[in-house]
Write a protein that binds this ligand. Structure first.
Ligand code: ZN
Length: 87
């Protein structure tokens, strides 16, 4: 019961902002993500559940939010940075 109520509440707002890519997306594009990753709980302690888009969650894998942000930044530079943004 509790779970259903919680979901309804979020459905009303229609869109979510992914904390990693800052894109606004509908709930259908979001997934529950564990930060730090569940697989690293022994090392990093208990995780918190947050909403993230499917793409980021998939890309992030077993990285922490910080490691993933760093990876994203390097990826951006590797891909040519701003000069490659608009073609
Ligand atoms: Zn995202």
């Amino acid at each position: 019961m509790k779970k259903r109520k919680w979901k309804n509440l979020y459905t009303i707002s229609q869109t979510f902002v992914c904390p990693y890519c800052l894109q606004e997306l509908p709930l259908s594009e979001m997934t529950v993500e564990h930060e730090p990753p569940k697989s690293r709980q022994k090392e990093l302690g208990p995780s918190t559940k947050i909403w993230a888009c499917k793409r980021c969650n998939n890309e992030k894998g077993a990285l922490t939010a910080q490691e993933y942000a760093e990876w994203k930044r390097l990826e951006f530079i590797r891909n040519g940075g701003l000069s490659n943004q608009r073609r």
